[in-house]
Design a protein around this ligand. Structure first.
Ligand code: GLC
Length: 603
């Protein structure tokens, strides 16, 4: 063998930063390419072949719309994420699958042919894709108290997510929301750590079903416990309280072998979670024994030096040394790579840290089968929005409904010979029943995807002899109707955009209710919202009250409960305030709520 090639191989094997000899593509029988070889040996073999540039590439996640064609190959970036502005020209399953395959083929054109792991926020179904099945948001799933249902939802979500080329979802959020003024309350299964922990079965559905994607336990740690529910704020708790309230769901997720953990934007007593070696290295990776990899939140390490708008050597050095294994650096992937390389070459980030991060990441890529099946299985693409998937979502909607009042047993509604007046801004608006993280980041009003509105559900479930009249603002109601159903609540929002000081019904809803109540017709209220709201003053005028949360595409599940095809079985996942002034209000805090955690009536 020529001396030059011996030197070149020696340099590659030691991981030093010689420019990768592009022509030295590995022979097919290289151990890391052989699925019969144990994963740990495949990782060792591959790691031994990688240059520093290639290792740093694996620790980098870019936003897919921020790379020019060919840059996945030229930068050897290891991961991409899809967010709102990554959408293909036509938002439909096949174009998403085509985009994923195009990007993956670029990765397979790199010297070592390491496939991408492609992430997306499939947080209640593969919600970025028009036509996908969208399930109730976590707060509604928490109301079901049905871990087996959550597992099944995870399985279907994995199938529809893999069907568009994503191998990783940034879900489930295991936040324990303690103040409903927080804009991400609906991403929480409950204020109760026990309820949240019980719903981690969704991780099994995502990672161990017929079609597998990597799950993410997020956001570590204490995101739901910030003062006044301020998103990305400061969680001021003793370590004992932090461990008691916010840690248990992550312990359960690690026990279920969750593949990744996403760090949180919030601080703990002023310490930024993205720069907390104790909580990440000592507690998560040490004490809990987490073997997967840690992903930062979107551009979160940028903030480490106190300035969130730039990425500096300090940001990169401290973020990686504090335990982040892969940095979600959106548009700054090339800058991140060069900064980290300089830190390693300057001896300020060790090769042990780089290799540990790579082992964690590559282990998951091998376990997912990405080396053997890097491209989309188009049979899965065809399943998005299928009838069986929508049936499961409708079941989830049924089980998530919480009946909070039923004076005179006005519910269930008679299917036949009835006259039902339906009103409210959320009665016939798919976008509103989806909430945030639906097609777009913030969600939108209107028919944003294929689904069934609550009104359409009422029309489909009621019998042919029942009259259904709809008026968004309630105008036209008269005493000829036997019952009025007001579907009211919130418009979509996500993250800090949803932070509120108070949680009253909006003026439109109050005006609609006023018209209905003036008619003397009994009023049934269905609240489509991401959280509990301040409704104590209005409640006495309502004959019945159902919390529907954010049900997703299958609004007919709400009608199934209104007409009695499913007896209400939901239980409150959050304590219901007497007024906004009571927030935060949680079980055991000595306050006197309107409805306690776990409350729910049936027929
Ligand atoms: C966001 C969210 C996080 C999400 C990530 C990628 O800022 O905090 O939950 O997974 O960015 O969209």
């Amino acid at each position: 063998m020529r001396a030059r090639s011996i030197v070149a191989i020696a340099m590659v094997l030691t991981g030093c930063s010689a420019p990768a000899p592009a022509q030295q593509a590995p022979r097919a029988e290289a151990p890391y390419l052989d699925p019969a070889v144990p994963v740990s040996q495949r990782v060792d073999d591959l790691l031994g072949r990688m240059t520093l540039d290639e290792k740093i590439g694996q620790m980098t996640q870019a936003e897919n719309s921020k790379l020019a064609p060919g840059e996945v190959t030229s930068t050897a970036v290891g991961s991409l994420l899809a967010v709102g502005d990554s959408t293909p020209p036509t938002n439909a399953p096949e174009p998403w699958a085509d985009q994923a395959d195009r990007l993956q083929k670029e990765a397979l054109a790199t010297r070592l042919r390491i496939p991408l792991i492609y992430g997306v926020d499939a947080v209640h179904g593969n919600q970025i894709v028009v036509g996908s099945t969208i399930f109730p948001h976590n707060i509604g799933m928490g109301a079901t108290r049905d871990p087996e249902l959550a597992r099944k939802v995870g399985e279907v979500t994995a199938t529809e997510t893999a069907g568009t080329g994503f191998s990783w979802t940034f879900a489930p959020c295991l936040c324990v929301a303690r103040d409903d003024r927080w804009g991400r309350t609906y991403e929480s299964f409950s204020e109760s750590p026990e309820v949240v922990s019980s719903m981690t079965t969704i991780i099994d559905g995502l990672q161990k079903g017929p079609n597998k994607v990597l799950a993410t336990a997020k956001h570590y740690l204490g995101d739901g416990g910030t003062t006044e529910g301020s998103d990305q704020g400061n969680t001021e708790l003793s370590e004992a309280e932090l461990r008691k309230i916010h840690l248990p769901p992550f312990q359960e997720a690690v026990r279920r072998d969750v593949g990744s953990v996403m760090l949180s934007y919030n601080q703990w007593n002023g310490e930024y979670l993205h720069n907390s070696p104790y909580l990440v290295n000592t507690v998560l990776k040490g004490e809990l024994g987490f073997r997967g990899f840690v992903i930062s939140d979107w551009n979160a390490i940028h903030r480490i030096d106190g300035n969130k708008d730039d990425l500096t050597a300090q940001d990169v050095r401290e973020g990686i040394n504090a335990g982040t294994d892969m940095a979600m650096v959106a548009a700054d992937s090339k800058q991140f790579m060069s900064l980290l390389k300089a830190e390693v070459e300057g001896g300020r980030v060790s090769m042990e840290r780089i290799d540990d991060a790579n082992r964690r990441i590559l282990t998951k890529k091998f376990e997912l089968g990405l080396f053997e099946h890097p491209l989309v299985d188009r049979a899965l693409t065809a399943t998005l929005g299928s009838a069986p998937h929508r049936d499961l979502a409708r079941q989830a909607v049924r089980e998530s409904q919480v009946l909070l009042k039923n004076e005179g047993n006005v519910l269930p509604l008679a299917k036949d010979g009835n006259a039902v007046f339906v009103a409210g801004k959320n009665a016939d608006d798919i976008g509103h029943q989806l909430g945030g993280w639906s097609i777009t980041w913030q969600g939108e009003s209107g028919p944003t995807t294929k689904g069934t509105s609550v009104l359409e559900g009422i029309k489909s479930v009621a019998g042919p002899t029942t009259k259904i009249q709809y008026s968004k603002d309630g105008s036209g109601i008269d005493s000829s109707y036997k019952v009025a159903v007001a579907v009211i609540g919130e418009k979509p929002y996500a993250e800090y955009e949803g932070d509120r000081d108070t949680l009253p019904l909006d003026a439109d809803d109050l005006a609609t209710l006023k018209k209905l109540e003036a008619s003397g017709v009994p009023v049934v209220v269905v609240l489509v919202s991401g959280r509990t709201m301040d409704i104590a003053a209005q409640l006495p005028s309502w004959k019945a009250f159902v919390a529907a949360w954010l049900p997703g595409t299958e609004g007919a599940g709400v009608a199934d409960v209104l007409f009695g095809d499913h007896k209400p079985s939901g239980k409150l996942p959050m304590t219901w305030m007497r007024s906004s002034a009571q927030q935060p209000v949680n079980e055991g805090d000595g306050k006197d709520p309107l409805f306690p955690l776990g409350f729910g009536l049936t027929y």
